[in-house]
Design a protein around this ligand. Structure first.
Ligand code: FES
Length: 137
């Protein structure tokens, strides 16, 4: 066998042997897409105060606003886009307020007052059984 044939033969073997690994890696990425609903708490927790903060949920930090009786739940990533403080929900003004530098966001997560310039990330949210579930929008 010539040297060039040997190198081609070994190269083909490496590709063939790594193909199942590459396919497995691709398919595992497909199954872990971010389109899945994630549980962030219970409807009982949400109903206590009308808001539920899950800082370490599987979907990341989530603040859900509403109750299990609400037609639409609101859910945002409460990490302020200015410098990363955690915003709080103000029911009287229906806004998210940042305690650090005063940024204000609407219920849709959009900036109403700076210094933040970018909107909060939002999630779709719903009640499923006794769980509050969210998924990125
Ligand atoms: S960190 Fe929220 S306004 Fe600065």
């Amino acid at each position: 066998m010539k040297r060039r044939d040997f190198i081609n033969w070994v190269g083909l073997g490496l590709i063939a042997s790594s193909l199942p690994v590459a396919i497995a890696a691709c398919s595992s990425q497909t199954t872990s897409t971010s389109g899945d609903w994630q549980t962030v708490g219970t409807s009982a927790e949400l109903d206590k105060t009308g808001q539920l903060l899950a800082k370490n949920s599987p979907a990341g930090p989530v603040l859900v606003v509403g109750t299990s009786k609400s037609e639409n739940l609101t859910a945002v990533n409460p990490t302020c886009t200015h410098a990363g403080c955690t915003v709080g929900w103000e029911p009287s003004t229906k806004t998210f307020l940042c305690p650090c530098h005063g940024s204000k966001y609407g219920i849709d997560g959009k900036v109403q007052k700076g210094p933040a310039k970018e909107a909060l990330k939002t999630y779709a949210a719903k009640i499923e059984g006794t769980s509050v579930v969210v998924k990125p929008t």
